[in-house]
Design a protein around this ligand. Structure first.
Ligand code: PEP
Ligand code: MG
Length: 321
């Protein structure tokens, strides 16, 4: 398989009819950044910062974080890096924090909820991001945002830290929202007026839309990743983003699914971000697709009754090359 994929290591990502697709990597350590650059990714679409916090016995200081973020930004050499603010809770815990035991941790104190409850921790991270932005194209996004008010609070704290630092930055740091709760997705029209970009977190969005815990194997057979309702919601999010001229990527597992990729591209998603181990397969698959044909999914997702019909539709559209 690696031989079959080897020619794609240095290629750009484009469809058969030459539509350029932005393909990024999801990383969480400096090492995976090197691995991603070796296979010519367009960006780091998601840098999960949890591991910076989890791999030690106390909160990383501003300087310690700066070292890591700066290194990543430098390595990417001008290509965008989207850092996600600390997203603990759910299935990830800090060894040095006294997390409450919660009945539904995925619906509990996680993402920005943790950050807003531990504001000093959040502020330290913002300062590290702001300082790291002097070394590359740094973007910041917030997980588990539901409302415009939450986003405004986060953006205000960010601006306060930016002001305190008093750096004369060459460019504004874009602030994005991860669309991963139904509340955020359904209200995307208004969130798009405030955020600089969206990134759809399909892992969480799927578990919340299907009401099935992503860690619970008992219910995994009840999850449909190509559920027509879910796809319509994703389409709505993309349309709302484009109405406000902001970009919308997708960085969950859906981004490397061969059934989902043609649909997502057809619905107009601006970028996909996947684990580096999936980059070459995804790129090769995209090279086999005819972009013009994929636009039909803007209609098709409203015409199917079930996930299996959706899958048949995908097979039909991509077979007719
Ligand atoms: C997601 O929810 O899709 C996502 C990318 O974030 P995580 O898997 O870290 O929750
Ligand atoms: Mg998530």
């Amino acid at each position: 398989a690696s031989e079959r994929l080897a020619p794609y290591r240095s290629k750009i990502t484009e469809t058969k009819d030459k539509k350029r697709i932005n393909l990024g990597a999801n990383v969480s350590t400096k090492g995976t950044v090197d691995e991603s650059l070796d296979i010519n990714v367009d960006q780091v679409g998601l840098f999960r910062t949890e591991f910076v916090y989890m791999s030690r016995s106390n909160y990383p200081s501003e300087e310690e974080q700066l070292e890591i973020y700066k290194d990543v930004a430098k390595k990417m050499d001008g290509k965008p890096v989207t850092f996600r603010t600390l997203d603990v809770g759910g299935d990830k815990y800090l060894p040095y924090y006294d997390h409450d035991e919660e009945t539904n941790p995925f619906l509990g104190t996680r993402g920005i909820r943790f950050s807003l409850m531990n504001e000093h921790v959040f502020r330290t991270q913002m300062r590290a991001f702001i300082r790291a932005s002097e070394y590359g194209d740094v973007r910041v996004m917030f997980p588990m945002v539901n409302t415009v008010a939450e986003f405004k609070t986060l953006a205000r704290i960010f601006a306060e830290e930016e002001k305190k630092l008093g750096l004369s930055l060459k460019k504004r740091i874009p602030l994005g929202i991860m669309i991963e709760t139904p509340a955020a997705a359904m209200h995307a029209e208004y969130l798009a007026k405030h955020a600089d970009f969206f990134s759809i977190g399909s892992n969480d969005l799927t578990q919340f839309v299907m009401a099935a815990d992503r860690m619970n194997p008992n219910v995994s057979s009840f999850v449909e990743i190509l559920n027509p309702g879910l796809l319509k919601l994703i389409h709505y999010v993309i349309k709302c983003a484009h109405k406000e001229n902001i970009e919308v990527g997708l960085c969950g597992e859906l981004a490397h699914d061969r059934g989902a990729i043609p649909i997502l591209l057809g619905l107009g998603v601006d970028s996909l971000s996947v684990h580096p181990s999936h980059v070459l397969q995804v790129r090769k698959f995209i090279h086999e697709l005819d972009y013009e044909k994929l636009k039909a999914f803007e209609r098709h997702i409203y015409e199917v009754e079930s996930e299996s019909e959706m899958m048949d539709m995908v097979a039909m559209v991509i077979r007719h090359k």
